[in-house]
Design a protein around this ligand. Structure first.
Ligand SMILES: NC(=O)c1ccc[n+]([C@@H]2O[C@H](COP(=O)([O-])OP(=O)(O)OC[C@H]3O[C@@H](n4cnc5c(N)ncnc54)[C@H](OP(=O)(O)O)[C@@H]3O)[C@@H](O)[C@H]2O)c1
Length: 285
């Protein structure tokens, strides 16, 4: 079996490539900036240029592959066309199976980031390719920024109310992807992949207290107050609006549905919030 992994220059794609190499799988690591993957080449991956916007690179990268791990792109607003180009190239190359990283409940969610994932899932369903969809919940690492705020002020400020987040570490989500890529019985399945526990921002503050070794509290504000605070801190209108919208999605429960699917794939509990945060925090030091 050979697996082509896209986005292998990114955080998640790299972890998936490393996990597949550890499992003895024949891996093609695809990305725009091949010079960033020299270490993966040294470890035995075949490193190829793979740019969603350049179809010739897709055809070359996918030639002869059995399985494609399509890590969703990071250029919000352009991703449906980009993912569509990869799916078309996979079909043309005779790839049998695609595993795609999506968003929680992408088909029904109000999450601001869900529509591109929903559209990609629809392209995959229409493609005729054997597909597994990994609907990854939020990365625990996303909350390092909240820890930075907490380290400076002793507070985490948001408008999520009691909305819960069933986050998981990138390492756990990558290990789940490797389990799917190397295991049987996953064809045609859609998995909601989450941490074992959906936490509140009061629990986030308690975890931050442990990681930082100083008291941290969560202060809930209205969306308007949050937007004003973000603008005062120097964020532009678009970014501030995006952050507030994500908090409103969280408040409404868009990230709060914990499942045991990732735990089952891993064969062990997922990494607790405080441990995932501590690792991510020390990586920033
Ligand atoms: N669940 C979550 O909390 C969460 C959070 C953020 C993002 N995501 C999604 O999950 C994906 C993986 O997460 P991550 O942490 O690994 O993100 P990341 O570190 O930002 O990596 C994104 C990857 O996508 C690649 N990419 C973007 N546009 C591309 C293009 N036109 N052609 C080829 N490659 C392209 C990037 O390549 P370059 O290195 O060349 O830029 C990079 O390898 C993200 O891309 C995003 O779709 C999920």
């Amino acid at each position: 079996m050979s697996v082509v992994v896209t986005g292998a220059t990114g955080h998640l794609g790299r972890l998936v490539v490393e996990g597949l190499l550890d499992a003895g799988v024949d891996v093609v690591a695809g990305g725009r900036r091949t010079e960033r993957m020299a270490d993966l080449d040294a470890r035995g991956a075949r490193v190829v240029e793979l740019d969603y916007d350049r179809p010739a690179t897709l055809a070359d990268a996918l030639a002869g592959a059995d399985t494609l791990m399509l890590v969703s792109g990071s250029e919000v607003g352009r991703r449906v066309a980009q993912h569509g180009a990869v799916i078309d190239a996979a079909r043309a190359a005779g790839v049998r199976r695609v595993v795609y990283t999506s968003a929680p409940h992408a088909d029904t969610s109000d999450l601001v980031l869900a529509p591109e994932h929903k559209a990609t899932e629809e392209l995959l369903a229409a493609s005729g390719l054997v597909t597994t969809v990994l609907r990854n919940n939020w990365y625990t690492e996303n909350y390092v920024q909240a820890l930075q705020q907490a380290a400076a002020t002793g507070e985490i400020v948001g408008s999520v109310g009691q909305g819960r987040v069933a986050s998981a570490t990138r390492a756990d989500l990558a290990a789940g992807a490797v389990a799917v890529l190397t295991g049987d019985g996953h064809d045609g399945r859609t998995y909601e992949l989450t941490g074992d526990h959906a936490w509140t921002h009061d629990e986030l503050a308690a975890a931050a207290t442990q990681v930082l070794g100083r008291p941290v509290t969560y202060r809930d504000v209205t969306p308007d107050e949050q937007r004003a605070g973000l603008l005062a801190a120097g964020l532009d209108e678009g970014t501030a609006g995006f952050v507030v919208a994500l908090d409103q999605n969280t408040a409404a429960g868009a990230l709060g549905d914990a499942t045991d699917t990732l735990r089952t794939l891993l064969g062990r509990p997922t990494t607790p919030l405080v441990d995932g945060l501590a690792a991510a925090w020390s990586a920033t030091a």
